[in-house]
Design a protein around this ligand. Structure first.
Ligand code: HEC
Length: 111
C-alpha cells in the first residue's frame, strides 16, 4: 500500500466510524456516543427506571394516558421524554431524581 492509499483508507475509515454512532437528537447532550460504555450503562439504568418507577401504573388493560410501559417505550419515546425528563410531571406524585432523569434520557436517546 502506498502512503496515499493508506491515507485514503484512514480518512474513509474515520468517516465510516463517525457515521456509525446512533447519534443524539437531545440538544442538552449532543455529544452522547451511544456506543460508549458510559452511555450503555446509563441506558440500561434508564430501562430499569421505567420498570421501577413507571410500569406499575402504566400497565394493561387500561394504561393511563394510553401508554403501556415498557411495551410502548419506542412508540411513545417523545411523550415519555416530555413528561418524565423535561416537564418532570411523571411520576405524578414526585419527579425522578437527577440520576434517574439523566439515565432515562440516555436510554431514550439510544433506543
Ligand atoms: C402513580 C401512577 C403513575 C406513575 C408511577 C407514572 N405515571 Fe405516567 N401517567 C399516569 C396518569 C394517571 C396519566 C394520565 C394523566 C396525565 O397525563 O397526567 C399518565 C400519563 C402519562 C403519559 C401520557 C402523557 C400524554 O402524552 O398524554 C406518559 C408519556 C407517561 N405518563 C409517562 C410516565 C413515565 C415515563 C413514568 C415513569 C417515569 C410514569 N408515567 C409514571 C400515572 C402514572
Amino acid at each position: 500500500m502506498s502512503f496515499s492509499s493508506i491515507t485514503k483508507f484512514i480518512v474513509t475509515a474515520s468517516a465510516v466510524l463517525a457515521f456509525m454512532g446512533c447519534g443524539s437528537d437531545d440538544d442538552d447532550d449532543p455529544m452522547l456516543d451511544c456506543n460508549s460504555t458510559e452511555a450503555m450503562t446509563a441506558s440500561m439504568a434508564g430501562a430499569a427506571v421505567i420498570m421501577a418507577s413507571c410500569a406499575g401504573c402504566h400497565s394493561a388493560p387500561n394504561p393511563p394516558g394510553g401508554v403501556t410501559l415498557p411495551e410502548d417505550v419506542m412508540s411513545s419515546a417523545a411523550r415519555i421524554r416530555a413528561r418524565a425528563v423535561d416537564a418532570k410531571t411523571m411520576p405524578p406524585a414526585a419527579p425522578l431524581n437527577d440520576q434517574d432523569v439523566s439515565d432515562l434520557s440516555a436510554y431514550l436517546d439510544c433506543l
